[in-house]
Design a protein around this ligand. Structure first.
Ligand code: BDP
Length: 327
């Protein structure tokens, strides 16, 4: 009897301003965020800025601590760590997500997007949201938060690649997704799957003859110093994705989840501006470092990769059609 009475008295006294409001001890939560790219790379900057906004919006209760440069492992390892909750936020290439959600491949087929604008319209629009939701709803223990731009990937080696025949006999590193392996083989090269972090020394020692990536990755990883001819094949435009760990997500209050989603969408838009600057910047610096940029007639490569689009697109034919239909 006495207890409820006392607590009622306390509440009344507090409401009347007679005693100070009880201070609830709230420790700050810092979400571990990871990326293979170094500090300063557009995706890393966008997530760091998202962290600043999250910190400000929650008065320091929620923060993001960034682990860039692949210090927490390569993308495969980081995806696993995110699934179990050891990493809470992760920015990865969509290429690594297909084992979790096979539909992811429908967004990264070779020569799927007509151009960058098309790709951006798809990821910004309802189909992009649909895939994020599918990832969240899948048993893969990841929450799809936002997209990022990754431009398009071009082949680099020590000689110009103008036709599929030029790739003959060359070992070209690809991300370890069977669809990308098939893509390079169809383009005429010998695909070798390898982690991003191992690639510099593989190029240097001749374990591979070349690789393929966008300008900012080619530049920041210093690959141009060991393979200085950049041929504009533009065969893959693989969107990047920002995911949250499902076990960690489920512990968050609904309002915090909504706030994180909102800020992630803002990060998607901010990354885009940073991305455009970064491509321009990397291109200038690569040219200044005597990298040769080779214009390529894409037609024979588009034709050569038709069976890959056919094979990997068939299970998601409707989705692929809808992506292609986006104007
Ligand atoms: C870069 C992506 C990164 C991938 C890397 C790769 O941003 O997520 O890990 O390519 O080729 O463009 O592995």
């Amino acid at each position: 009897m006495l207890r409820p009475l006392l607590s009622k008295l306390c509440v009344c006294a507090w409401a009347a301003g007679l005693i100070a409001a009880p201070v609830i001890a709230q420790s700050a939560t810092a979400f571990k965020a990871a990326d293979v790219h170094p500090k300063g790379y557009p995706n890393v900057v966008a997530v760091e800025n998202m962290g600043k906004k999250l910190d400000a919006a929650t008065n320091g209760r929620l923060k993001i601590q960034m682990f860039p440069g692949g210090v927490l492992g390569d993308e495969k390892v980081m995806i696993e760590q995110t699934q179990i909750g050891a990493i809470q936020m992760l920015r990865v290439s969509l290429g690594g997500i297909s084992p979790v959600v096979p539909e992811a491949n429908a967004f990264s087929l070779p020569y799927l997007f007509r151009n960058q604008e098309h790709m951006r319209k798809v990821i910004d629009g309802p189909i992009g949201q649909e895939l994020l939701d599918k990832i969240t709803a899948s048993p893969g223990k990841l929450v799809g938060l936002a997209w990022m731009d990754s431009g398009s990937r071009n082949v680099y080696t020590k000689k110009p690649i103008k036709t599929p025949a030029d790739l003959k006999g060359l070992k070209i590193r690809m991300q370890g997704n069977p669809m990308f392996i098939d893509t390079m083989n169809a383009m005429g090269g010998n695909a070798i799957a390898m982690g991003f972090g191992e690639l510099y020394s593989a190029l240097q020692t001749g374990v591979v003859d070349g690789a393929e990536n966008n300008e900012p990755s080619y530049f920041t990883q210093n690959h141009f110093t060991v393979a200085n001819v950049y041929s504009l094949t533009g065969h893959l435009s693989i969107p990047e994705i920002l995911v949250f760990s499902k076990p960690a997500w489920d512990k968050l209050a609904k309002e915090d989840q909504e706030l994180i989603k909102k800020l992630a969408r803002e990060a998607q838009m901010e990354q885009r501006t940073l991305w455009d600057q970064s491509v321009a910047d990397a291109t200038t610096k690569l040219k200044a470092a005597n990298v040769t940029f080779v214009e390529v007639d894409k037609k024979p490569f588009i034709e050569a990769t038709a069976p890959v689009r056919e094979k990997y697109g068939a299970p998601f034919a409707d989705l692929v059609k809808r992506v292609q239909a986006v104007e």
